[in-house]
Structure formats: structure tokens, C-alpha cells
Design a protein around this ligand. Structure first.
Ligand code: NAD
Length: 454
């Protein structure tokens, strides 16, 4: 068995090592999950609901511990990390209502009674990225468990600690330890095995479009169900009739939250040419005002990048001759720090077309509504975006025209666990969260009961 060494991204100190599982260990875990799923599905719906509520309650009483782990492992600011742990609790609590509400249909037919059942799939594999380890894990495991499935979860190599702890908490809360198992390991080993294992009936993958494409191809060979949450290059469209002060003041937080390591980051700011100069004047102090520093400090708004290789990747987008408009600050010394950076490149530049996944934003002028929509849609991605305007008709027109799964008008909100989340085009396939998520972890079974003559 190999192991990985985890590094605190804010200090570059070694945190600990984690064992990486091999294929035999995955196969053993899936076999145990398969048996546990049968026991779980046989429980009364109210018992499964109670199990999930107990899981939510134990997460609630460990929010501080989970948040501290995320600060150390991922460099998230403490306030963000606490929100993330609380979000896991809320997602569990929300889906704890589902076992008793997975209601089928009774369909009128001749000669009998016709009903549908939402049958669990069996074992579900969840593969998560490193940017939001806890929250993205919960979006997969909570509705999957609620629908009567067992879950095996592979966290990203750099950030497994909170997921490992969540599985232990589930067991402490009384869930069968084989029902929800976290299996640290390499994507090419554990992740691939989820795709090829015949008893893993669905793979929920969140990560890059490149790996997601590979997961989908592997799943296709087995007609395996997939949900894919992939990359993004979202637009923040600022029209000249908006509250420009508010648009400029909030724009940094629409992209630099989590140091820009956010699939929903509004990494392309598109500004109507008539207000472009004024917007840039307002944006500069807002960017310089982003507080970048020690993630344990409650005043910190942005921490470091997650790891050195990722820092190098982000750095490659800002060479010495990059068209930098202005930058914020970042600490010196150890840690993978990168200051918030605003670029004003040409429309065809790779900083405009490629996902950077760091605190780097491009600002481009546009001429009119049609130009804004064309520019916003000129990307293979379609995850998120914002529209700033005081004109209601324009807000409706543009939000219908932008090809993205999650839009926000006069704000930068993306994720509410009560509403569906997912991408258009190469940003993904399927939707997570919202009231329908548990059904995405079921097969619909139709049963006709013939009624005999009396
Ligand atoms: P990644 O694709 O490198 O890795 C994601 C996960 O897949 C990791 O756990 C990794 O180990 C695993 N993996 C790698 N190779 C695999 C394989 N061959 N088979 C199966 N699994 C494999 O992505 P990342 O760098 O961890 O995350 C950043 C990416 O995730 C960005 O593109 C970002 O936009 C995307 N993302 C999307 C969403 C969303 O909801 N749409 C949310 C967060 C992140």
C-alpha cells in the first residue's frame, strides 16, 4: 500500500501521511457496501430518516473540528470552513426528509393497478475534487444514502481529511460502517475502479472536464449511470444601467472566493463599454481590499492556493508581460500565496478561454446586449454566471439567453442545497441538490397488478 504526504498550504508544513488504497481494497469495500446496502434498504423509511438525522446531528456537534481540519488541509479561511461543515449538516438534514417522501405514482390503466417504485441503485461511487472537499462530498453521499443506496467515496489526493472524518462520524452516529466508506487513493486506481467495478452502479464525478470525459467514456462501456460536475469559465455581465458601485464592490468575491478555486468563479467580467472606465476605477480599491492571509485569522477573506503544482499552473497564466490592470496583496514567506490579479487581455487570450482555477480574473468590454450574450456563451463551459442590471426585462432576456445552469441576478449566489445545481455544455451532465436529487439515485420500476373478476 502506498501513501501520500499532506502539506498545509498556508505554512508548507507536513500535516500527516495517508494510506492510498489499492484495487483489492476497493473491491473488498464495494463487497461490504453491497451487503450493507441491502440491510439499509430493508429498514423502514422512518429508520433511515432517523439515521440521517443522527448523522446530521453529529456533524453539527463537530463543525469546529471539521472546519479546523479543512483549514489545515486545504487552506480555507476559518469562516468559510465553518460554513462548509455547517452546509454538510444542512444537506444531511434536508435529505433526511427524503426516505419518507420518495413517493411513486399510481397510474390509471385498464384491467388493473399500476404503480411505480423508486428503487435504490445499490452501491454509488462518489469521486470528489480538492476545492470544496466536504460540501461536494455531501451533495453526493446525502441524497444517495437517502434514496437507499450505499456510498463509497474517493476524496481528492490532496484533501482527504474531512471526508475520512465524516465517514467516522457517520459510524459514530450509528450508521453501518460499511454503508458509507471513504476510500483515499489515486484517481487512476480507486477512481478508475469505481468506473470499472460492476457492482458500483453509478458514479458521481466532480472535477476537471478532461477526467470527467474519461469517466463518462468508461461508464458508457458498462451503461453505468453518471452525474458529472465539471469545469467552468463563468461570466459576470455588468450592464451600464446597474448599480455599478455594488457590482464593482462584489465582483472580487464572485471570483476570488476560495482563492478562485471554485467551479462557479465568475472569472470573466464583461463590462458595457460605456461604463468600463468607471467600473475599473471602482474595481481597483475593491480588489486591493480583499484580505489575503492566515486562514486561521477570522478577518481573512482569501487563503493560499491548495498545493505547489496548482500554484505553478495558476502562475503560468500570469507571465511577466501579462496585461495586468492591478493586483491585490498576498503574504510573503512560506505558503502557496497568489495575490488577486486583474487582467485586461484580448478576447482570444488563453486567460479568457481556459479555466485558471485561481485568483485571476479577466475584464473585457462589450458593446450591447447581443455582444454580451455572445461573449458570455463563447466558451465550451456553461456552469454559472451573474447579470447586473436594474432593467427587469433585460435581466429576464439575458438570463434565458446565457447557456449556463446556475445564474444569479444582481448577486453572485450559486449554491443553495434546496435548488438544483449543475452545468450546461462541457460543465457537466445531470443535476445535484434540490428536491429531485434522491430520485437521481434510483431506478423507476413500473409494476402492473392485474385485478381478477370478483
Ligand atoms: P481532477 O479532475 O483532477 O480530479 C477530480 C477527482 O477525480 C480526484 O479525486 C481525482 O483523484 C479523480 N481522478 C483523477 N483521475 C481519475 C480517473 N482516471 N478516473 C477516476 N477518477 C479520477 O479535478 P481537480 O483538480 O481535483 O478539481 C478541479 C476541477 O474540478 C476544476 O476543473 C473545477 O472546475 C472542477 N469542479 C467542478 C465543480 C462542479 O460542481 N461543476 C465543483 C468543483 C470543482
Amino acid at each position: 500500500m502506498s501513501s501520500a504526504t499532506l502539506i498545509n498550504p498556508a505554512t508548507e508544513e507536513v500535516l500527516r501521511t495517508v494510506d492510498l488504497l489499492d484495487v483489492d481494497a476497493v473491491d473488498d469495500a464495494v463487497a461490504r457496501a453491497k451487503a450493507a446496502q441491502k440491510r439499509w434498504a430493508a429498514l423502514a423509511p422512518a429508520e433511515r430518516a432517523a439515521g440521517l438525522r443522527a448523522f446530521a446531528a453529529i456533524v453539527d456537534s463537530h463543525v469546529g473540528e471539521l472546519a479546523a481540519l479543512e483549514v489545515a488541509n486545504s487552506g480555507h479561511p476559518i469562516g468559510n470552513a465553518e460554513w462548509e461543515a455547517g452546509h454538510v449538516r444542512d444537506v444531511l438534514q434536508y435529505y433526511a426528509a427524503s426516505p419518507e417522501r420518495l413517493i411513486g405514482k399510481q397510474i390509471p390503466v385498464a384491467g388493473g393497478l399500476d404503480v411505480t417504485f423508486h428503487e435504490p441503485l445499490g452501491v454509488v461511487g462518489v469521486i470528489t475534487p480538492w476545492n470544496f472537499p466536504m460540501t461536494i462530498a455531501a451533495w453526493g453521499f446525502a441524497p444517495a444514502l437517502a434514496a437507499g443506496n450505499a456510498v463509497v467515496l474517493k476524496p481528492a489526493e490532496w484533501t482527504p481529511l474531512t471526508s475520512v472524518r465524516l465517514a467516522a462520524l457517520a459510524a459514530e452516529a450509528g450508521l453501518d460502517p460499511d454503508l458509507f466508506q471513504v476510500l483515499p487513493g489515486r484517481g487512476s486506481v480507486v477512481g478508475e475502479r469505481f468506473v470499472t467495478h460492476p457492482d458500483v452502479r453509478k458514479v458521481v464525478f466532480t472535477g476537471s472536464t478532461a477526467v470527467g470525459t474519461r469517466v463518462m467514456a468508461g461508464a458508457a462501456a458498462r451503461v453505468k449511470r453518471v452525474t458529472l460536475e465539471l469545469g467552468g469559465k463563468s461570466a459576470n455581465i455588468v450592464f451600464d444601467d446597474c448599480d455599478l458601485e455594488r457590482a464593482a464592490a462584489t465582483a472580487p468575491y464572485g471570483v476570488f472566493d476560495n482563492a478562485g478555486q471554485d467551479c462557479c468563479a465568475r472569472s470573466r467580467i464583461l463590462v458595457q463599454r460605456t461604463v468600463y472606465d468607471r467600473f475599473m476605477e471602482l474595481l481597483e480599491p475593491a480588489v486591493r481590499g480583499v484580505v489575503v492571509g492566515d486562514p486561521n485569522d477570522r478577518g481573512t477573506e482569501m487563503g493560499p492556493l491548495v498545493a505547489k503544482p496548482h500554484w505553478e499552473s495558476v502562475r503560468s497564466f500570469v507571465p511577466d508581460d501579462a496585461p495586468v490592470a492591478f493586483r491585490g496583496t498576498a503574504p510573503g514567506g512560506p505558503g502557496f500565496w497568489f495575490p488577486p490579479t486583474v487582467l485586461t487581455p484580448q478576447r482570444s487570450d488563453r486567460t479568457v478561454t481556459e479555466e485558471i482555477f485561481g485568483p485571476v480574473v479577466t475584464v473585457l468590454p462589450f458593446d450591447d446586449e447581443a455582444d454580451a450574450i455572445a461573449l458570455a456563451n463563447d466558451t465550451p463551459y456553461g456552469l454559472s454566471g451573474s447579470i447586473w442590471t436594474e432593467n427587469l426585462s433585460r435581466a429576464v432576456r439575458v438570463s434565458r439567453a446565457v447557456e449556463a445552469g446556475n445564474l444569479s441576478v444582481n448577486s453572485h449566489s450559486s449554491v443553495r442545497y434546496t435548488t438544483p445545481f449543475g452545468g450546461f455544455k462541457q460543465s457537466g451532465l445531470g443535476r445535484e441538490l434540490g428536491p429531485d436529487a434522491p430520485e437521481h439515485f434510483t431506478e423507476t420500476k413500473n409494476v402492473f397488478f392485474q385485478i381478477g373478476e370478483s
